[in-house]
Write a protein that binds this ligand. Structure first.
Ligand code: LLP
Length: 386
């Protein structure tokens, strides 16, 4: 499957760098998600942290997805894009008092709670407003997602979630607190997971923990298995929609889900990553002693993933359709030696003024941009604007 050609002529008129979102591909992706998770008790919440660009979130809202938010700012952005409050879940290891108040006032579906201490604060806040807060407990399932160490979350050494050994006590605590309504369990094992086995192990662990919890006389009405489905960064044109079928099937097969229970997913990257590219202009092609550098106007401030996680993003010279037979280091303008997008990478012959597309950057791209070096934040355009 191809993502379609970039509107290069239009791009030439625009100031670079900017993000380009292919909303047609996003709509196709959302249709594939809907087709592969048709059960009424499967609820997909889009993880706002991946990309909160209004035009993108509005499409997601139209497709009927809920939102997984980790800050008051994300709750506001989800609501503004048209996601109803009753489809919003609010996670995060440290929710500030104002964020808890905002979430209660908005009437979100539930809080994913990560500690007993947090449970008490939410309870007090709900009490002061004469409300009851629905909560799911985030449990650390100690499952190795075999992904980058910065984005693995489900291991005992991570700061996330309630240790399994404290679960019973925390469930009992929910029952004691009058302004808390226990509504289920939440998990998330990591991100960019391409091997399906960790999800299978998660499903099995969830079965055990749900039985254990229900044996204490409470019902687990909601099970949230988080996000994490990976995408193919190597071949953005061949696999531009993630394998949602296999992913949902894993839970269908391995989770003992009753019809009175709802299964929640929090997918971020797999929904939006393939739809976004960072478009940048080549400023200089410099011959080094051993290397050739394509120095571009985008840097790690616009897309930090290569510098921070050593992540691979494919780059194409969209101004030259010729053979891909010249080798470059593609680097940014920032005064940091980690400001490198790719080393020893083959592209079509590249010259000053050419436009490059840094692919698969729709997730954790624009949203993680910074102003280091007092640079401007990157802008964005969508295929609907072209
Ligand atoms: N739910 C929770 C509780 C999460 O912590 C995350 C991501 C998600 C859902 C969504 O996961 P996804 O489906 O996108 O994998 N900045 C990093 C990724 C950090 C992910 C953090 N949590 C990167 O650029 O790779």
């Amino acid at each position: 499957m191809m993502t379609g050609l970039f509107p290069v002529e239009r791009f030439k008129e625009l100031e670079t760098p900017f993000y380009y979102y292919d909303l047609d591909l996003l709509r196709k992706t959302l249709a594939v998600i809907a087709a592969n998770a048709p059960e009424i008790n499967f609820h997909v919440h889009y993880a706002m942290k991946a990309c909160a660009t209004p035009e993108v979130v509005q499409q997601i809202a139209k497709a009927g997805l809920g939102a997984d938010c980790v800050s008051g700012g994300e709750i506001r952005a989800a609501l503004a894009a048209g996601i109803p409050a009753e489809r919003i879940v609010f996670a995060g290891v440290a929710k500030a008092d104002w964020e808890i108040e905002l979430a209660l006032e908005a009437g979100i579906f539930c809080f994913n709670v990560e500690s007993k201490e947090e449970l008490e604060v939410i309870s007090q806040t709900a009490f002061s407003k004469g409300m009851k807060a629905r909560v799911c407990l985030r449990v650390n399932p100690e499952i190795d997602a075999h992904t980058h160490k910065y984005i693995t979350t489900g291991m005992s050494e991570n700061k996330f979630g309630i240790p399994m050994s404290d679960l019973d006590e925390t469930v009992d605590k929910c029952a004691e607190l009058k302004n808390i309504e226990f509504s289920g369990l939440h998990f998330h094992i990591g991100s960019q997971i391409t091997d399906m086995q960790p999800f299978m192990l998660l499903a099995e662990r969830v079965n055990t923990l749900v039985s254990q919890t229900e044996s204490r006389g409470v019902r687990v009405n909601n099970i949230n298995v988080g996000g994490g489905l990976g995408i193919n960064y190597e071949h953005p044109n061949h696999m531009c929609i993630a394998d949602f079928k296999t992913y949902f099937d894993i839970f269908r097969r391995h989770l003992n889900l009753r019809s009175d229970q709802t299964l929640h997913f929090e997918l971020g990257r797999s929904v939006v990553a393939p739809c976004g590219s960072l478009i940048t202009r080549v400023l200089y092609v410099k011959q080094g002693k051993e290397k050739q550098f394509a120095i571009v106007d985008a840097g790690m401030t616009d897309l930090i993933r290569p510098a921070l996680y050593n992540a691979f993003h494919r780059i194409e010279n969209i101004s030259n359709n010729g053979p891909v037979d010249e080798r470059y280091d593609v680097v940014g303008p920032i005064c940091e030696s980690s400001d490198v997008f790719l080393r020893n990478f083959d592209m079509a012959v590249t010259k000053r003024g050419d436009l490059l597309a840094i692919r698969s950057a729709g997730a954790y791209g624009e949203i993680m941009a910074s102003q280091y070096n007092l640079r401007r934040l990157p802008g964005h355009v969508t295929s609907d604007d072209m």
